[in-house]
Design a protein around this ligand. Structure first.
Ligand code: UFG
Length: 322
């Protein structure tokens, strides 16, 4: 297919672009490079370096058969401090993209949604019919776009899929996480192991979990890419599907620390700090729906393997980022 990947210069978008190219698709990446990197765009894809708000001429030119939409601001903390940036980029930008699609006669889309749309769960594993009560602006903006897609499916016959990612990690196709502002557990722990940070702060060890640290569902970015390939042709016109993407198995922060120690051979100094506001004790996906509907089955469910893939790719000479 002829595809447009919005946000294809970012971590997940670039990996999925590589997977799409390997599957024989023709890809144009649209990315304003505000957080992505031009050199992450896989060779074989062309790059239009514009924002979602200016996407109409690109869509008119490329005439894609489908769009995969990864372009967004994605830091929970920043979304609380500068909500206007999140509403403008994530919601305003997505609206501009959907309108550009409509004008170009393209109605098929796969959208990167998030576990943050659910907020604090009543029960885990979290199914797609769980209540959506986001506890931060980031999650609220992603949920707003999910609603937008439902209404475009009903009104304009869009064929849409929202994939609600849990904790994406690992590396594939020579591409990994490279954020100027790193907030995620595994990359930070690997920075400590690489000598780029002194210690890892564990945000709270008094949660109601077996070892007191938070439990998350880490899903390998390559398995995530497989899910996009399966999701792309799945919905029919007028249909908006929502799928959770996780391994269905939770690992605690302490278990991640142990895995990083094992994989890197580094002692990994740890300091126990306060809880981070808004962190639920446990977020684990039920991915039964995508397994049953599309036959998706994650191949990299072993935590040490996910950590190892990220570690092997990591540029150990990269400057320290805070
Ligand atoms: N953590 C630490 N120390 C750190 C960083 C993280 O202890 O330096 C802990 C967090 O408290 C949390 C776990 O490690 O318990 C994972 O934290 P991440 O920041 O890596 O990921 P989150 O679970 O907070 O975030 C993920 C996605 C977000 C999404 C969110 C939904 O990355 O995009 O789930 O709640 F919004």
């Amino acid at each position: 297919m002829r595809l447009l990947v919005a946000g294809g210069a970012g971590y997940i978008g670039s990996v999925v672009t590589a997977a799409l190219l390997a599957d024989g698709h023709e890809v144009t990446v649209l990315d304003d490079l505000s957080t992505g990197h031009a050199d992450a765009v896989p060779s074989g894809a062309s790059l239009a370096a514009v924002s979602l708000h200016d996407s109409a001429p690109v869509l008119a030119d490329v005439r894609p058969e489908a769009v995969l939409h990864f372009a967004a601001r994605s830091l929970v903390g920043a979304s609380q401090q500068q909500p206007e940036d999140y509403w403008h980029t994530n919601v305003g930008g997505s609206l501009a993209l959907l309108e550009a699609m409509r004008a170009a006669g393209c109605r098929r889309i796969v959208f990167s949604s998030t576990a943050a749309t659910y907020g604090e769960p009543d029960q885990v594993p979290i199914r797609e019919d769980a209540p959506t009560r986001p506890t931060n602006t980031y999650g609220a903006t992603k949920l707003a776009v999910d609603h937008m897609l439902t209404s475009y499916a009903v009104a304009y016959g869009f064929a849409a899929v929202s994939l609600r990612y849990f904790n994406v990690a690992g590396a594939a196709y020579g591409l990994g996480e490279r954020h100027a502002t790193e907030t995620h557990l595994i990359p930070i722990a690997l920075q400590v192991a690489a000598g780029q940070r002194e210690s890892l702060t564990v945000y709270g060890d008094d949660y109601p979990t077996p070892d007191g640290t938070c439990i998350r569902d880490y899903v390998h970015v390559e398995d995530l890419a497989d899910a996009h390939l399966l999701a792309l042709p799945a919905p029919s016109e007028g249909e908006h599907r929502i799928y959770n993407l996780g391994n269905g198995r939770g690992f605690s922060v302490q278990e991640v620390v142990d895995a990083v120690r094992e994989v890197t051979g580094h002692e990994l100094p740890v300091v126990v700090g306060d809880r981070r506001p808004g962190d639920p004790a446990q977020l684990v996906a039920s991915s039964d729906r995508i397994r049953e509907d599309l036959g998706w089955a994650p191949k990299h469910t072993d935590l040490a393997g996910i950590v190892r893939d990220a570690w092997e790719l990591k540029d150990r000479s990269a400057p320290h980022h805070s």
